[in-house]
Design a protein around this ligand. Structure first.
Ligand SMILES: [Zn+2]
Length: 194
């Protein structure tokens, strides 16, 4: 089975509102690394300014993925909802934006890199913060048969059945890149998860 990283090519991340961020820090979001603290539930966010009209994006600085309804539908919404927990996106007046959702994976997979990849553990929440450098791959041992995972880069890792649903449609500012599956890590890092 082949695997693909589905990620945004948009260079304008969606900023969350300052007021929302101040309320979320320390409760919903780690005040040091901005990772989501409760990974078992969806994260509702309020954005600053207008929503960036792209199919896939990342809300900053909290680094939670955002998906537009048409991409969600194309990916098979039912399967997506089995593998991700969705949250709401509110505009600056506090109204829900119907066409956009945040998403958190039921399972996260780490896209690994080479020996220069960066890795640290947040000393507040304990989350692993890993950024791959060099050729990207996933480890065979980190796969458990599910079709969809959240990458640690807050985007989507999909098996070929799921990724194939998007092929043929010209998605704006979206990249679907094949990931190598490796038996052994090439980064010499001891990660807690596989
Ligand atoms: Zn943290």
């Amino acid at each position: 089975m082949n695997y693909f990283h589905i990620h945004t090519l948009h260079d304008g991340p969606q900023n969350v509102s300052q007021g929302w961020l101040e309320r979320a820090l320390g409760t919903e979001v780690c005040s040091k690394c901005y990772s989501t603290l409760d990974t078992a539930s969806g994260l509702d966010i309020q954005i600053a300014g207008n929503v960036e009209d792209v199919p896939l994006n990342i809300a900053m600085p909290v680094a939670v993925g955002m998906i537009r309804l048409d991409l969600l539908s194309a990916m098979d919404e039912e399967e997506f909802r089995k593998n991700f927990i969705l949250g709401s996106v509110l505009d600056s007046s506090g109204d829900v934006i119907d066409d956009f959702f945040t998403f958190r994976g039921n399972a996260q997979i780490i896209i690994r890199g080479g020996a220069d990849s960066s890795h640290r553990i947040c000393d507040s929440c304990g989350r692993q913060l890993y950024h791959p450098i060099g050729k990207r791959y996933i480890l065979e041992s980190s796969l458990d048969g599910r079709p969809l995972y959240e990458s640690q880069l807050n985007q989507i890792v999909a098996n070929e059945v799921a990724a194939n649903r998007l092929l043929g449609d010209p998605w704006d500012r979206l990249r679907i890149a094949r990931l190598a599956v490796a038996a052994k890590p090439k980064d010499k890092l001891e990660l807690v998860s596989k």
